[in-house]
Write a protein that binds this ligand. Structure first.
Ligand code: FEO
Length: 396
């Protein structure tokens, strides 16, 4: 698939993938690799190991793979580097380039007997008739990460950034329905890049200073951006800002429906107070869907029954996952039913506090099955959270 006059997509489409290290990838993914047909033919990134033959077949449909002079690894994570050893063996490139940390990381992954040439931030590499330059993007997504920019055609190879997990036969974003792009782009940001939001904001602020004339953004997952590329940059600025809205995510699990009844009453109280409740029972919602919903939420309300002196395992799973993603600017509260000890609510509050969620109401415990009075307390908790949300959220 031709991207520009000199750049071809030679990656692989993974229609099967549903779990990307804990992230539910409901639409599969792609591992994008790019071939630059310069004087020095250059391959940008490879693919996940099981897909290396698919990538090599695509390369072989254009050139003899042994004509590749350079391989550039923008990111050492195995979904992009797993195919590197076989590719090196097949191609026999003159040189392999990565960031300084990338060179170390690739060495530590594959223990290669080939030198990986480290490149510095801002360094340029002549491909003969074109020029490739490198921008270090440390921690986006790993310490080794960098962007490569090809002056010919203004192509920014952005590895994980501006990507999404979306298997499709279309290669360009402008060929895909906008609502799918918006949802999968946000889901990817929430589940991969959210903890790095301050770095994303800084990088976006630096983009004009880089002086790059970006015409095409070619990420390592999902479609390529060639039209209105300002839109995806704006989306990243918005997601990184984590400006709270009136959405209140109520995530919970339940043993005998008591915590579910509480969640429903809390949701009604939230709505009555002007918030927009989104109930996410963990029997039906995956942790990565919860992460996606809190990307633009203002409140996170978490409920769990107490089981064997602990919060329910599914709630612990989701909270552990969310804590790692470091969402910001959230208010919240905890609730749950119990039989005799009732530790779950306090445990949830502890985790929410560690997550810097501002507790807007005292945690609410209900013994066994909520009666009308208990449900009224739940409703009131919802209203209390909504009232605080109205104060903190700068939105209509
Ligand atoms: Fe797509 Fe961080 O790897």
């Amino acid at each position: 698939m031709q991207v520009t006059d000199s750049v071809y997509w030679v990656g692989a489409i993974d229609w099967v993938l549903r779990d990307f290290h804990g992230y539910l990838t409901g639409r599969g993914t792609t591992y994008n690799a790019y071939l630059i047909l310069a004087d020095k033919i250059t391959l940008i990134d490879t693919v996940k190991a099981p897909f290396v033959d698919e990538m090599l077949r695509r390369i072989g449909s254009l050139i003899d793979p042994t004509d590749i002079a350079y391989i550039v690894s923008n990111h050492a994570e195995l979904d992009h580097s797993g195919g590197l050893p076989v590719t090196i063996e097949t191609v026999g490139p003159e040189k392999i380039f990565a960031s300084t940390r990338g060179a170390n990381a690739l060495g530590e992954h594959f223990h290669l007997d080939r030198e990986i040439v480290p490149v510095e931030n801002g360094e340029s590499l002549s491909l003969g008739n074109m020029n490739l330059s490198f921008v270090e993007t440390r921690m986006l997504h790993w310490p080794d990460s960098m962007f490569s920019y090809l002056d010919e055609g203004g192509v920014l190879f952005s590895q994980d950034a501006f990507g999404m997990h979306l298997a499709s036969s279309e290669r360009f974003a402008d060929e895909i329905a906008p609502d799918i792009l918006e949802y999968e782009g946000a889901k990817y940001y929430a589940n991969i890049l959210l903890p790095l939001s301050s770095l994303v904001t800084r990088l976006l602020q630096q983009v004009p200073e880089l002086g790059l004339d970006i015409e095409v953004i070619a990420p390592d997952h999902g479609p390529i951006w060639r039209e209105d590329i300002g839109n995806i940059l704006d989306s990243y600025a918005q997601w990184a800002g984590q400006t709270p809205t009136k959405k209140a995510v109520v995530v919970y699990d339940t043993m005998w429906q008591s915590t579910a009844l509480m969640a429903q009453a809390i949701g009604e109280g939230l709505a009555a107070g002007g918030a927009i409740p989104k109930l996410m029972p963990l029997g039906a919602a995956h942790r990565s869907d919860v992460a996606t919903e809190i990307l633009d939420a203002g409140a996170l309300v978490v409920g769990s029954p107490t089981m064997n002196n602990n919060m329910f395992p599914t709630v612990a799973d989701t909270l552990t996952y969310l804590k790692g993603l470091k969402p910001r600017n959230l208010i919240g509260a905890a609730f749950g039913s119990y039989g005799w000890s009732g530790e779950a609510v306090g445990q949830i509050e502890e985790v929410l506090t560690q997550m810097k969620v501002d507790l807007a109401a005292e945690g609410l415990k209900v013994k066994y099955v909520p009666d009308d009075n208990a449900l009224a307390q739940c409703y009131a908790l919802g209203q209390q959270v909504a009232a605080k949300l109205n104060e903190t959220c700068d939105c209509e």
